[in-house]
Design a protein around this ligand. Structure first.
Ligand code: T5A
Length: 211
């Protein structure tokens, strides 16, 4: 692969997909690769380690208990608002490449199965969250992701096969100009090659003049 171009502004690259799709693995491989290429890159994830993110991680670990769908949605929005203000926007202002493991497309898909309109969730997020430059949606049949999670250990409370099938339906209906779908049931290396091809094209489109 050719030497990568340096972007003239910060770029937001989001990884999305079902639990077990391989987002964390692929993002990690891409992060190492971009660092080796001398790019100024930062990796982030949601839910975050902040106070709202920690409350959300408790739900994942211990179940929703008496937390209502409205409260759960509010917590995801609060977590993201803080994340945008404290980490995402400052990194973009520093012209860094931001690799983000889950963003508001997860809220559309996961909380969208709990009675909310995904478009309404999108609008509420875009009131404060910048849309990505590239959204890499790792496409995986729910039962394959489910098998991977079971092999790894005990799935979280959000990782139930029936739920994941509904979530997959919302991901499948998404259509954005910045969205690229990558088949994720292939070998790790094959998925990473496609990821890198998309990144190379993105960097070329945003290359510094003379850079
Ligand atoms: N959530 C999140 C919401 O409901 N609303 C929101 O707004 C947001 C932001 C996050 C949960 O929160 C929900 C969605 C989630 O349920 P999490 O613990 O952060 O929970 O879970 P995930 O982000 O889904 O992370 P996972 O680890 O579960 O999935 P990944 O990151 O997609 O997969 P990864 O890379 O960890 O790989 C999973 C396993 O598969 C293997 C890996 O080695 C690993 O064991 N694997 C492969 N095996 C074979 N072939 C390949 N190509 C493989 N790629 C990976």
């Amino acid at each position: 692969m050719n030497q990568l171009a340096t972007p003239r502004r910060g770029l937001l690259i989001v990884f999305e997909g079902l639990d077990g799709a391989g987002k964390t693995t692929q993002l990690g491989l891409l992060y190492e690769y971009l660092c080796q290429q001398g790019q100024d890159v930062v990796r982030l994830r949601e839910p975050t380690e902040g106070p709202w993110g920690q409350k959300l991680r408790q739900l994942l670990l211990h179940g929703r208990g008496d937390v209502t769908p409205d409260t759960e949605l509010e917590w995801f929005l609060n977590d993201r608002r803080e994340h945008v203000d404290r980490c995402i926007q400052p990194a973009l202002n520093r012209k860094q490449i931001v690799l983000l493991d889950r963003y508001y497309f997860s809220t559309m898909a996961y909380q969208g199965t709990r009675g909310y309109d995904p478009q309404d969730i999108q609008a509420r997020n875009e009131a404060f969250a910048p849309p990505p430059d590239l959204l890499l949606l790792l496409d995986l049949p729910p039962e394959v992701g489910w098998r991977r999670l079971k092999q790894r250990g005990t799935p979280s409370h959000f990782e139930r096969l029936g739920y994941l099938e509904q979530v997959a339906g919302i991901f499948a209906a998404m259509d954005f100009p910045y969205l690229r779908r990558i088949p994720a049931a292939q070998e790790l290396e094959a998925v990473q090659s496609q990821v890198r091809r998309e990144i190379q094209q993105l960097l070329q489109r945003h290359a510094q003049i003379g850079g």
